[in-house]
Design a protein around this ligand. Structure first.
Ligand code: AMP
Ligand code: MG
Length: 358
């Protein structure tokens, strides 16, 4: 299959006539059962018609994703939630008021028209209303219910720019809509509202830009899936996708925790030994400490006082290590709260939970 790439120059300023026509064509591809990758505010998504079982099958195939790992259905106006969810509790309406359009996904009972191929066989469905202007237009032109997991090959870091999508999906999808680099860089927060809300709390299944604290302000207390707080709990995560290996660079990644000077001393000593053994070494660091490292490649993601910059640069850094053939990577760790919880969740998965405390 030949993949067509369509460029949207300044999505935040609106679409030119030509760009709008290109998005209409992309929408027609979706409605005909094809696949289109597109930017959202979180990461790039791999879109197909969420109500078409054949499109869901194609998404799994293009990603190399296990078909028990359900897809998120993206909508472009709130009221469409009533079409794909069998029941919409008032908590969902409150969350939508506060965070939609935006980086929050809700799990709800599915309606009859959502095929089991889209939900990985579950009776529940994941729904999100993204804020990115290109995503919203494409969803509208594509028939309003677009199933879209992240547009990476299964196991690889999620794409935060169109070039990453092309690396993984060229020849596997009909179109890639290039809207430039995304703003957030980590996937949406997932909240499960299918618990019995008369006695149990909504539960965070995947941390993201919308933090536990932000959710608490709207809903009162919320819980977090135990497998996120205690990855070694031995329990199965409630979001099926969270059980799979993810985000992993080809080189071995180790997370190092401790006082900054001790972390730098440890990493430099290890990296020197790795290099003596013929490894190409890499480090992921914040700007405050990046200069302290001696390795072949040091990626400075941003300042610790600006966690959004760390989140935005993380997946691109992991991909660049692959392109630069780095075989041994060390990463600083970040405080496990607020947006840091989402950053640490992705880093821990990328590291296969290899953590050293110094
Ligand atoms: P991605 O689209 O790559 O961000 O992955 C979607 C995530 O949403 C995966 O971790 C899925 O397991 C999760 N997800 C989608 N639908 C459901 C659902 N019905 N119940 C629980 N998790 C879901
Ligand atoms: Mg993904």
């Amino acid at each position: 299959m030949k993949t067509e790439i369509v460029k949207i120059l300044q999505p935040e300023l609106g679409l030119s006539c030509g760009e709008d026509a290109a998005l209409r064509r992309a929408g027609a591809v979706l409605m005909a059962g094809g696949l289109v990758a597109f930017p959202t505010e979180t990461v790039y998504g791999l879109g197909g018609d969420g109500l078409n079982r054949e499109s869901a099958r194609k998404i799994y195939e293009a990603k190399g994703r296990p078909s028990d790992n359900p897809l998120i259905i993206h909508i472009c106006r709130f009221e469409d939630i009533y079409e794909i969810a069998g029941a919409v509790p008032k908590e969902a309406e409150k969350l939508a008021d506060a965070f939609w359009p935006g980086p929050l996904t809700m799990i709800l009972p599915k309606s009859a028209q959502v095929p089991y191929e889209t939900t990985g066989g579950l009776d529940t469905v994941a729904v999100r209303f993204p804020s990115h202007p290109v995503a919203r237009k494409l969803i509208e032109y594509g028939g309003r219910y677009i199933a879209a997991p992240s547009a990476n090959r299964s196991g690889k870091p999620s794409p935060t720019e169109a070039g990453h999508v092309a690396e993984d999906m060229d020849g596997r999808v009909d179109m890639i809509v290039d809207g430039g680099a995304v703003g957030i860089g980590l996937e949406s927060t997932i909240v499960d509202l299918t618990v019995d809300l008369t006695k149990d709390r909504p539960q965070i299944l995947r941390p993201g830009y919308v933090t536990e604290r932000m959710l608490t302000e709207v809903l009162g207390a919320v819980d977090t899936d135990v497998t996120i707080i205690k990855p070694d709990s031995g329990q199965a995560p409630k979001a099926p996708g969270m059980k799979y290996r993810h985000y992993a660079p080809e080189g071995e990644l180790v997370l190092v925790e401790g006082e900054p000077e001790r972390v730098a001393a440890y990493v430099n000593e290890q990296a020197a030994a790795d290099r003596a053994r013929g490894c190409k070494t890499g480090v992921i660091a914040a700007s405050e400490t990046a200069a302290a490292y001696r390795a072949d490649v040091v990626k400075c993601l941003g300042s610790r006082s600006d966690e959004e910059s760390i989140a935005r640069g993380l997946f691109a850094a992991l991909r660049e290590f692959d392109n630069e053939k780095v075989t041994k990577i060390y990463s600083e760790s970040f405080p496990d709260r607020g947006l840091g919880q989402a950053i640490m969740n992705r880093l821990l998965k990328a590291a296969g939970h290899r953590v050293v405390r110094v």
